[in-house]
Design a protein around this ligand. Structure first.
Ligand code: AMP
Length: 569
């Protein structure tokens, strides 16, 4: 297919903000899409491979700017200037290429095949001369691109397609293209997506027009699969009420999620974000070989660190470096040992166990895993209907440095990639921070004219000093009727502006806000050296004096003690 046709589809989809209209446009496109062109579905999601594949485009804005400059003959500085003015590098490419195209007529047609071919070469390049080669591959595409093709090529390269298509939109469009859009059909398609993590395969099977054949798409050992996620519960009573009695209650371990695949010839380990970490944990591969029976299986587990001498469990933070480490693994393995706590099984000896009730899966685990403490064990579990027993168990978990407990419905199936209501986590409340706004950035599109992102600071130990700890944009409302809005914050900020620099302002510290966050990260970019991940606005705190806001010391302590990690937990 010509890439132009795809670019026109992107344009049509982004011309409406209505989800239903986007879906109609997409479903018409999918109806006509040939089987041979199925990989276009990756491009629709801004990707070049299925989701389970780790290879990503990974190109910097800088390199794209160079390529635009090379393809158009316009100086890099001028490209940057345009970028500052327009704010979207894709639109910059569109504008500059259209200027050039008036002079020299486009000489080649670009096909989606060629685009994928060049983009797929990018992550493969390594070693000397890589940058030059990458630049060549991108420039080649841009040179044969028309203006709108250039726009979407650039957006794909920098990983920001901006057309508002998510996996859910594709799911619904597949349903209406090939079946009917009913809740049941959507669920079947979603399950096929969750099991395969490959939207192109789901398209190919759906295209045949038999909804039942989507149910035949199965798990494959060695191909990473998304883990099932838990919902929150506030109390033991509410958990029993939601799940019924009796329930299984397990330790909620404070480590990182590890899905263990064993096939005929090898064992592979994947994190929750589908990263392959087999090489980082050679000892775990050995434990699985030695202590788990079976020719093939997929296990779900939590890897928990423990102190090499005292054998006490350590928080996730202590072992996080093992996940990414490429060198000196043997040494690290001794310094930071992990114990695998297996709590579920998805596949066993050639057969999917997804539909087997949890109680049975759990029993199967106990049959095949030989409990070997400090290496690999089945997760601690009680099956009970007695709230008192759960309280005892919960206290024990906390004393053991774990996070709390997880309630599991005994009859429930395993739903990959879903946050399900039949698995409920109970842990101590997370706390909020009170921080002060010290800067802001003007928004774009419908938010232009308002500040839409806010720099948050905490108090340093000394007097009157504030240290930046993050940037907040969520939790604030579009309309004043709904709560604290962008407009209201903007009005409060304007009289406090100290310095203005293009879209950014620095302001006098005065507005105190309560925020929650997902996680604290170490960050060289902020003067506090910490960054809150996903800070979310909760409330204005005009009652809080600046002297009482959260201090850097509190954040440092929380960082050290923090339990989970967003990416892996
Ligand atoms: P959260 O990250 O707070 O949504 O909690 C869910 C996470 O708890 C899962 O992703 C697992 O990594 C972790 N976890 C620890 N112990 C268990 C367990 N026994 N069963 C299921 N998940 C567990």
């Amino acid at each position: 297919m010509n890439y132009l046709k795809l670019a026109q589809l992107y344009e049509a989809i982004s011309s409406t903000t209505k989800r239903l209209e986007k879906m109609d446009i997409l479903s018409n496109f999918l109806k006509d899409l040939a089987k041979e062109d199925k990989e276009i579905l990756y491009l629709l999601l801004g990707d070049i491979y299925p989701e389970y594949d780790e290879r990503r485009i990974g190109i910097s804005n800088q390199l794209v700017i160079k390529a635009i400059s090379k393809a158009t003959g316009i100086e890099g500085d001028s490209v940057v200037k345009e970028w500052k003015k327009i704010g979207d590098l894709g639109e910059v490419a569109e504008k500059l290429i259209s200027g050039k195209k008036q002079a020299t007529l486009q000489d080649q047609t670009l096909t989606t095949k060629k685009v994928l071919e060049n983009l797929r070469k990018l992550p493969e390049l390594e070693g000397k001369g890589t940058v030059g080669k990458k630049l060549g591959l991108i420039t080649e595409l841009l040179t044969s691109a028309s203006p709108i093709e250039a726009k979407y090529l650039v957006r794909t390269l920098i990983g920001d397609l901006r057309i508002g298509i998510l996996e859910g939109t594709i799911r619904e469009s597949l349903a209406s293209a090939f079946f009917e859009r009913t809740k049941e059909n959507s669920e079947i398609i979603q399950r096929a997506i969750d099991k395969s993590n490959d939207i192109a395969i789901v398209f190919e099977v759906a295209k045949k027009g038999k909804i039942k054949s989507l149910e035949d798409i199965s798990l494959q050992v060695g191909k990473p699969i998304k883990a099932m996620l838990a919902q929150k519960t506030a109390t033991i009573e509410s958990a029993f009420k939601a799940l019924g009695k009796p329930c299984a209650v397990e330790y909620k371990y404070d480590g990182f999620r590890l899905l263990i695949h064993k096939g005929a010839d090898k064992i592979a380990l994947f994190t929750r974000s589908l990263e392959n970490v087999t090489n980082q944990f050679p000892e775990v591969v050995e434990y699985v070989k030695k202590y788990v029976k079976g020719d093939s299986f997929i296990l779900d587990s939590e890897a928990v660190g423990y102190h090499k001498k005292t054998k006490e469990y350590t928080p996730f933070q202590a072992i996080s470096q093992r996940i990414r480490r490429k060198y000196g693994i043997e040494k690290l393995q001794k310094e930071l040992p992990v114990e695998i706590n297996v709590f579920d099984i998805l596949y066993y000896n050639g057969k999917s166990e997804l539909d087997t009730p949890f109680e049975k899966r759990s029993k199967l685990l106990r049959k095949i895993v030989k409990d070997t403490p400090y290496k690999i064990v089945v997760a601690k579990q009680i099956i009970t209907e007695d709230g008192g027993k759960v309280t005892e168990f919960y206290d024990k978990a906390i004393k053991d440095n774990q996070e709390g407990v997880i309630f599991k419905n005994l009859k429930a199936e395993y739903k990959p990639g879903r946050r399900v209501g039949h698995m409920l986590k109970l842990k101590p409340e997370e706390k909020d921070y009170d921080l002060v706004i010290t800067g802001a950035e003007y928004g774009k599109g419908k938010r232009s004219g308002w500040f839409s992102s806010f720099i948050l600071s905490c108090k340093s130990g000394g007097k009157g000093e504030y240290l930046e700890v993050g940037k907040m944009g969520t939790g604030i409302k579009e309309k004043s009727e709904q709560g604290v809005s962008f407009e209201e914050l903007t009005n409060q900020i304007k009289p406090l502006i100290l310095e203005e620099n293009e879209k950014r302002v620095k302001i006098k510290p005065k507005i105190v806000v309560a925020v929650t966050y997902q996680e604290i990260q170490f960050s060289p970019n902020y003067d506090s050296k910490y960054a809150l991940r996903f800070p979310r606005f909760i409330a204005l705190r005009p009652d809080k004096p600046l002297s009482e806001i959260t201090t850097i010391k509190e954040i440092q302590d929380d960082f050290k003690n923090q339990k989970r990690n967003y990416r892996y937990g």
